[in-house]
Ligand binder design. Sequence first.
Ligand code: GUN
Ligand code: FE
Length: 425
Amino acid sequence: MAESFVLHGAVIYSRDLKNIAAFPSAWVVCDGGISKGVFETLPDEYRDLPQTDFGNKLIMPGLTDLHVHAPQYPCRGNGMDLELLDWLDQYIFPEESKYKDLSYAKKAYSLFAEEMRKGPTTRACVFSTIHPEATSVLMDLLEETGLRTYVGKVNMDRNSPDYYTETTEESAAATRSWLEAVKAAGYSRTRPIITPRFTPTCTRELMCALGELAKEYDIPVQSHLSENLSEISWVKELESDVSCYADSYEKAGIFGEHTPCVMAHCVWSDDEELSLIKKRGVFIAHSPESNINLSSGAAPVRRFLDMGLHVGLASDVSAGSTTSMFSAMRNAVYASKLRWRLMDQSLRPLTFQEVFYLATKGGGAFFGNVGSLEAGYEFDAVVLDDTPFLTSREDETVLHRTERAVYLADQRDVAAKYVAGRRVF
Ligand code: GUN
Ligand code: FE
């Protein structure tokens, strides 16, 4: 149950892309799951609420992972000498096919769910496999963690190995019966999302059927877009009538026209694709470590931001090696610097303020009023114990401390976590 309470500590949150608000000592008020704001002096009206004093620890908004593959958790760090298509064939499809076995699914997804529970992530968009029953196992486990997530049964009806594929009819029917099972399960924190894997593994017929389901059930869509050069040339061969890769989703009505849509990567999106992304309000899940590991490239995030696109950060486990959103934040800075130095000096690198925004408010917006401690936002907060990283400096600001913690911290440094006003630990 969402509660009403007050937390005290060193508080930091993004006002907008350029501006961070930071207070060495402040109170954050939660009223029935919604933030009432941050106060340097606690207003009288909140003095009677239960208080938790976190002393000098850092209190920040929860982080959103806009794109993560739960069944790939056992493959982290493996096959990183390959590019996307070979990596899928040699590592990912064999692993994902194992989730047909529910006892394997339970074992593997329990480890994933526990990792997500302990870390700084409060919201996530999660891919499962093509198996509807195993997807429900994952949803049951994520519901228990207290996180708020979208979870999708993956669809793939072409160019997939014999041991891991569906026919068009099977895929659409299994998605519908899974959506009915989700309704019956009555989750309060775990929601379904339509999940065509990507254009190479989904026929137009299937995409259109999924578009109908998204509309009928009024649920969002997630997939991959313009990630890796070999994938992009393959899409050109497969889809002769599209004007850009995104048009293969647009033509099926699943590119944000009817329900919200989040696409991972967009490393190589051209002007036309970017204007369609803008027109449809599609979110981009930027996954910098994945883009490096699979030699996909470095996405022009500065361009996305200059165009006013919706952008969030993502781990993309297991093309990304870790669920840590601290890692995604620093990798977003690194990737933007290499892109700037080596590819395009007109696109300045990202700043710490900007990646902090992307990991909080940027991705959080996919979930509604999420990603800030300002009044009116759902109360997602992470308490970070940065004691191991404190220094001799007397002029150390909360911003300095947070920036350093993001470079040095991991899951173990998260001391407490709240999602929509409920304490997870
Ligand atoms: N494109 C299609 N499937 C995948 C996947 O599992 N991971 C990544 N990074 N890209 C994909
Ligand atoms: Fe992915």
